[in-house]
Write a protein that binds this ligand. Structure first.
Ligand code: FAD
Ligand code: DLZ
Ligand code: SF4
Length: 507
């Protein structure tokens, strides 16, 4: 008899460990454990989503004939960690044989490898690109650009292909996208799941044990099983996909979802599979329901970015989350954890993160990420924050997005140049600046937008590294053309802002 380990983000019928096992003899081991629930201070909604989805998946497996040894967090026997629970179950069922699917985090992979049990770790084949395939693609390339990887994935899957040519003649339709959105339209947003007994019991448990973590637990409207996740996907395809492309970079106060899918948490937990999601989107294009720029843009996020990011995480190795190429050492300011700030864009992005465990890509990249990079925050702290606060956050996907794409701490593996901008970008893509204490057009002075000040501070403190980058040279020329007194003033104001922020003043 063999134990089949099933983690909280492995809730898929087709999981490799389940495929290898035999329901007539083997026992599935699932456990809600303190270690997993607290390696970062997860948002309470994320913990509730994980536990509720785990409990429902365990029932689903039992209905299919599996024996499941499930440990709830408040079980007095709970050993508190995945290895601890495996050992306990191994003793209980008198076996040392374990099958697992490779976890999505180096921490757990090494914990399993070090166990005194006979563990067979199967590849996680819920992705389109295996580690070997990614290594083959990366082999011999000087730079690993997502765009070229993406084309391989299009060819491999046949998605949006017209023979061996891309549908419509182009691989990428981003130049039709990036429009600001208008606040006066009604948008449906994702469907709101109603609670049930399983969810209510989990919410009480999470409130009791993790109620002090950053983040609002109730109301809780995430889907927690595959049927619900499929409903959320269909709802997105029907109501939002047609406008996804055009408005994917837009940000609006009071409209957290715009035309985004809000399915990252379901994909990453295993309730949805990447190919089925893309095939539904492709069908919407062929049925004339959604335009090519939207469908191509959406499919690129999933078979391009998501797979590429995972490839980078496993290729770069366990030290990746700790990299700090720009040697940034400042502490993460308290306003990331909910303290007040005068910066409206930050208050909006962080406020909705606190309430919903969700922010869309541009809020993560160009508001909270941009600020941390400009201000020189230690990327390890930034990484911890992103891993904690989003319902879709697991290290394999969060770390390359944060440490690589957003903080440039990998020295330019994921991003060819840092994603930094002044307030002008945020003003163009959102309605945040109109309601802000700061003035987005001011470049110096008390009310100057901090993104404007810090933008120059960042470029100047990293001049040696970035001046030679052809895509950044223009920025340095612009700075050098300012008169000397103004240049000094901008940098002095930026320095003053950073000092006030470090003291914990309200900024
Ligand atoms: P949509 O915008 O509707 O996109 C559809 C899907 O495409 C997403 O659900 C996701 O599965 C995929 N996708 C889009 N962009 C990316 C990307 N860059 N990397 C991987 N998949 C992508 N995504 C996570 O899944 N988990 C994370 O922990 C995470 N952390 C991030 C941290 C930072 C600093 C940044 C800049 C991005 C991060 N992302 C992360 C990527 C992206 O922001 C989220 O996938 C997306 O916002 C999820 O919302 P959605 O489902 O509405 O996505
Ligand atoms: C995120 C999470 C949480 C909050 N809790 C558990 C848990 O109690 N038990 C479990 O098996 N998995 C949990 N997870 C998901 C794991 O942290 C995830 O499997 C690893 O980080 C690898 O991606
Ligand atoms: Fe953000 Fe600056 Fe705009 Fe205020 S003025 S919302 S700080 S970009």
């Amino acid at each position: 008899m063999t134990l089949v380990l099933l983690l909280g983000d492995q809730l898929s019928d087709g999981l490799s460990a389940l495929q290898t096992a035999d329901p007539a003899q083997d026992i599935v081991v699932m456990a809600e454990v303190a270690d997993e629930a607290s390696y970062v201070p997860h948002h309470p909604k994320k913990i509730a989503f994980t536990f509720a989805a785990m409990r429902k998946f365990a029932s689903h497996l039992r209905d299919k004939g599996w024996r499941v040894a499930y440990t709830a967090l408040d079980d007095p026997q709970n050993a508190g960690s995945i290895p601890g629970e495996l050992l306990r179950r191994a003793e209980e069922f008198a076996t040392s044989q374990v099958i697992a699917t490779q976890p999505g985090e180096w921490r757990l992979i090494s914990a399993l490898e070090e166990m005194p049990l006979d563990i067979s770790i199967q590849p996680d084949d819920r992705f389109l690109c295996s580690h070997k395939e990614f290594a083959g693609w990366a082999e011999g390339r000087k730079v690993l650009r997502m765009e070229y990887f993406y084309r391989e994935m299009r060819r491999k899957t046949g998605l949006l292909m017209d023979g061996d040519k891309p549908e419509g003649g182009k691989w990428n339709y981003d130049h039709d996208n990036r429009k600001p959105a208008s606040a006066d339209l009604f948008r449906k947003g994702p469907p709101q799941a109603r609670g049930d007994d399983v969810v209510e019991a989990v919410l009480d448990l999470v409130e009791d044990r993790f109620g002090d973590n950053f983040g609002v637990l109730r109301p809780f409207h995430f889907q927690t099983d595959r049927a619900g996740a499929l409903r959320a996907l269909d709802h997105f395809i029907d109501h939002a996909l047609p406008d996804f492309g055009a408005y994917q970079d837009a940000m609006l106060e009071g409209d957290p979802y715009l035309y985004h899918a809000v399915i990252g948490l379901y994909l990453n937990a295993g309730l949805l599979a990447p190919l089925e999601v893309c095939e539904k989107a492709e069908k919407a294009y062929h049925d004339g329901h959604a335009p090519l720029n939207s469908v191509e843009g959406f499919i690129r996020q999933i078979i391009g970015w998501r797979e590429y990011i995972r490839g980078i995480y496993f290729r770069e190795g366990p030290d990746y989350p700790r990299r700090n190429a720009l040697n940034h050492q400042r502490k993460l300011p308290a306003f990331y954890w909910g303290a007040k700030t005068h910066m409206n864009c930050m208050a909006q992005a962080i406020g909705q993160t606190r309430d919903l465990a969700y922010a869309h890509h541009i809020q993560r990249l160009m508001v909270t990420g941009n600020f941390a990079l400009l201000a020189g925050i230690n990327p390890a702290h930034v990484h911890e924050w992103y891993l904690a606060v989003y319902a879709d956050a697991y290290e394999w996907v969060e770390a390359p997005n944060t440490v690589g794409m957003s903080q440039f701490a990998d020295g330019g593996i994921v991003a060819s140049k840092p994603y930094v901008s002044s307030g002008a970008y945020i003003d163009r893509m959102s309605d945040y600046c109109g309601n802000c204490h700061y003035k987005v057009r001011d470049k110096t002075g008390d009310r100057a937008c901090p993104f404007n000040l810090l933008y120059w501070h960042f470029l100047i403190r990293h001049r040696d590294r970035f001046q030679g980058n052809p895509r950044m040279a223009q920025m340095y020329r612009t700075f050098d053309r300012m008169d000397a007194a103004r240049r000094d003033q901008v940098l002095a104001d930026a320095e003053d802002f950073l000092q006030r922020m470090a003291r914990g003043d309200l900024v």
